[in-house]
Design a protein around this ligand. Structure first.
Ligand SMILES: C[S@@+](CC[C@H](N)C(=O)[O-])C[C@H]1O[C@@H](n2cnc3c(N)ncnc32)[C@H](O)[C@@H]1O
Ligand code: SF4
Length: 377
């Protein structure tokens, strides 16, 4: 048995208006503190959690996510990696990713991150338009992205990804096209593009509720997906999951693992883990996480065991979104017949259906959630 690892870094300099991730600013944690002081000792806690994990085989993938992992000292992240390597070993070609906010890196930092073994970096670019970044309440300006990516390349990163967001209030189709073109002009190998989700309780959520900003029409947002897909495809980036495109061979193996239901351990506050149908999650706040580990206790807050039916629903929900799709033989005859209208309308690939697989076409990718609901009725 092998485990992939997700390592959560729950700190950001400032909270972006749309984000409800489990992340904290120094102000939220301790008035007047800076990131270095609020995160002091955090890596020791992650190492304590590693010590609680049962033995397993060499690690295939590791992902530092957040929050903003690039706010941590590379040497400290290196201590987490050494602990994981000493305890489990790394599989050949172990993929080690870090998420980065373009504002939180320098050439020296990127060189240091590369030298500790991190071999893949994903930048939160979001948009190339200042007015869109302003609505998203981001700290970075568009120029920082190109600079950060050039540094990443010079530092030796061969696998560089950007995250984009489309469907922001005030974003025109031209704005989005220019964001896609700008991303494609950068030396990257991978792109994630997500439609903006308005989360309740966020600053953006309140602005939308009060009518201060207006969310664009769903049809316009769907058009933006199609524009991006065409442009990515023409530039040699193929879709391999509904929101992810890569040059051949540059797909993110860590995320493919999630979609295929592998076993992974999430380290850090609020992190989720999965082993053979058992799922559990850690206490959410960094202070509760610290208290648990300092008492020598597990940080686990809750757990659930999936029934066979739940495992099957989860498999379908995740696999329909990836390029390999679902084997038709794994569906019962009623589920298959409920898919026939989608096949007839061109939302499922006819060619692949003949080969025994349910694979979304471009128009089908826009209807992924509806198609899943139909299969799982
Ligand atoms: C942890 S962040 C990436 C690293 C870094 N914190 C940053 O934002 O630059 C993960 C990604 O999730 C996406 N994301 C977060 N909240 C979202 C939302 N409400 N709707 C759509 N995408 C969202 C953003 O594209 C973001 O880059
Ligand atoms: S920097 Fe990233 S994790 Fe932090 S608030 Fe913004 S989107 Fe969320």
């Amino acid at each position: 048995m092998t485990l992939s690892f997700y390592v959560h870094i729950p700190y950001c300099v400032k909270r972006c208006g749309y984000c409800d991730f489990n992340t904290y600013t120094p102000n939220e944690l301790r008035a007047g503190g800076d990131i270095a002081s609020v995160s002091e000792g955090y890596v020791d806690l992650l190492i304590e959690e590693v010590n609680l994990i049962p033995e397993s085989g060499p690690i295939p993938t590791i992902f530092f996510g957040g929050g903003t992992p690039t706010l941590m000292e590379p040497m400290d992240l290196g201590r987490v990696l050494s602990q994981l390597e000493n305890k489990f070993g790394f599989a050949d070609g172990c993929e080690i990713t870090i998420e980065a906010n373009p504002d939180s890196v320098t050439l020296e930092k990127l060189e240091a991150l590369h030298s500790i073994g991190i071999n893949r970096i994903s930048f939160g670019m979001q948009s190339a338009n200042s007015h869109v970044l302003k609505v998203l309440d981001r700290t970075h300006n568009p120029e920082n992205v190109a600079k950060a990516i050039d540094w990443a390349k010079s530092a030796g990163f061969a696998e560089i990804s950007v995250d984009l967001i489309y469907g922001t209030p005030g974003e025109s189709v031209e704005d989005w096209s220019s964001t896609v073109d700008t991303a494609l002009s950068l030396p990257i190998t991978h792109i994630s593009a997500y439609a903006l989700i308005v989360e309740e309780g966020t600053k953006l959520g309140s602005q939308v509720k009060r009518g201060e900003v207006v969310m664009p029409d769903d049809d316009l947002t769907a058009d933006k997906y199609l524009i991006a897909d065409e442009k990515f495809h023409s530039a040699g980036f193929d879709w391999y999951e509904v929101s992810n495109w890569a040059k051949p061979g540059s797909e993110c193996r860590h995320n493919i693992g999630y979609w295929k239901g592998v076993n992974w351990w999430g380290l850090g506050p609020g992190a989720h883990s999965h082993m053979d149908g058992r799922r559990w999650w850690n206490v959410k706040h960094p202070n509760s996480y610290r208290d648990r580990l300092q008492e020598g206790e597990s940080p686990m807050l809750g757990e659930e065991f999936l029934t066979d039916t739940e495992k099957e629903s989860e498999r379908i929900l995740l696999e329909i979104r990836i390029r390999d799709g679902i084997g038709i033989s794994s569906l019962d005859s009623e589920q298959r017949s409920r898919l026939l209208p989608f096949l007839a309308a061109g939302h499922l690939s006819n060619e692949w259906w003949q080969e025994g697989r349910v694979i979304l076409t471009q128009s089908g990718r826009l209807l992924a959630d509806q198609i899943v609901r139909e299969i799982l009725l």
